[in-house]
Design a protein around this ligand. Structure first.
Ligand code: GTP
Ligand code: MG
Ligand code: ZN
Length: 320
């Protein structure tokens, strides 16, 4: 439900906008805190800007126009069209935008998420983010962090678990911020892009970004071993410039990632290894679930499609 502004106040505001004599600048949103935005101008100076309800949610990565009001403060004058928008449904099913104009999604994962205990790789979450990326027609990259914490046995298991992604054509990079492992490979992958880092809380998104931006101060969690307190979990989405080119967007960790806008019939298309088979199913409206003579299910049965990917497909299908 949206509350309408009383008409006289709206008029006043429009008049104010029309009469603001300040020049209009272009800017890039580098952080958003609800109605307050940090907007960077061409020279790299950041202005704290207020937005207006009529623009809807403006988020990290957005290109805007704005006008100065006071020193280092301003007001948003317009929102430029977006090339891409990553969003997720909030608790009540409304779309909550995460980042705009991204060209790559970095899915950060680890087998040692919270407390560094036990082997745990969240395949379902990885597959959901892959679907989100494919549905935006952008490439996901899978980063598995905290390599330093793994035993030899766990490393071998991880290679097996993650192999399916390299087989279907995705890049997988193993990283450690403690041993500076894999970070050069990752940097090369990031350079031409605006990349959003996503994944569970505690997997090391901010740590990786901090390692890549050695000179920029960003808040990263360190849990004190004695108290377990003092964890700096990321609470707002922030964009950073990579020295060698490219932008990195750090986002708060999630527990789950819901997919909102995907039609059940379109889901299979976002599992890239299913794509060549879709037209071979007997029924052209096949959703590869219970239909007879389904080419996708046949491929699962003969091992050409990974059974876990198919299981996650069915799980996601059930939520749409
Ligand atoms: N051993 C080890 N610990 C790591 C590594 N990377 C990050 N950590 C630790 O993991 C914890 C969480 O790291 P963060 O970078 O805050 O994780 P995050 O993904 O940004 O978490 P949220 O902001 O809550 O989403 C911190 O204590 C880091 O020091 C790594 O490669 N190896
Ligand atoms: Mg973080
Ligand atoms: Zn089918």
């Amino acid at each position: 439900m949206s509350r309408k502004r009383p008409p006289h106040r709206q008029k006043q505001q429009d008049k104010q906008e029309l009469t603001n004599p300040e020049p209009i600048h272009n800017g890039l949103v580098v952080a958003s805190y609800g109605a307050k935005l940090d907007v960077e101008d061409d020279t790299g100076t950041i202005y704290r800007c207020t937005s207006r309800r009529k623009f809807g949610a403006i988020i990290c990565g957005d290109q805007v126009t704005w006008q100065s009001t006071h020193d280092n403060e301003g007001v948003i004058a317009g929102l430029l069209p977006r090339s891409t928008l990553l969003a997720r449904p909030d608790d009540i099913g409304r779309d909550k935008p995460i980042a705009a104009n991204i060209s790559q999604i970095i899915i950060v994962s680890t087998v040692k998420a919270l407390n560094n205990e036990g082997y745990h790789l969240h395949h379902n979450l990885i597959d959901r983010y892959i679907v989100a990326a494919e549905s935006l027609d952008i490439t996901p990259v899978i980063v598995v962090n905290k390599y330093d914490l793994l035993t030899e046995e766990e490393r071998q298991r991880l290679v097996q678990d993650i192999q399916v992604y390299t087989e279907i054509g995705y890049q997988v990079i193993h990283t450690s911020t403690k041993q500076a492992h894999g970070l050069e490979d990752l940097t090369r992958q990031l350079e031409p892009h605006t990349s959003v880092f996503v994944g569970e809380s505690g997997v090391g998104k901010s740590s990786i970004i901090r390692s890549l931006l050695a000179n920029t101060e960003i808040r990263v969690g360190e849990v004190s071993a004695s108290s377990g307190k003092g964890k700096h979990t990321t609470t707002s989405t922030t964009l950073y410039h990579l020295g060698s080119g490219g932008n990195l967007i750090d986002s708060p960790g999630v527990r789950e990632f819901g997919l909102s806008k995907i039609e059940p019939a379109a889901l299979a298309y976002n599992f890239i290894e299913f794509r060549p088979l879709i037209s071979l199913c007997k029924f052209n409206n096949c959703i590869h679930n219970a239909e007879p003579q389904c080419a996708v299910k046949q491929a699962v049965d003969n091992g050409a499609i990974n059974a876990r990917r198919y299981k996650n497909y069915l799980e996601i299908l059930a939520t749409l």
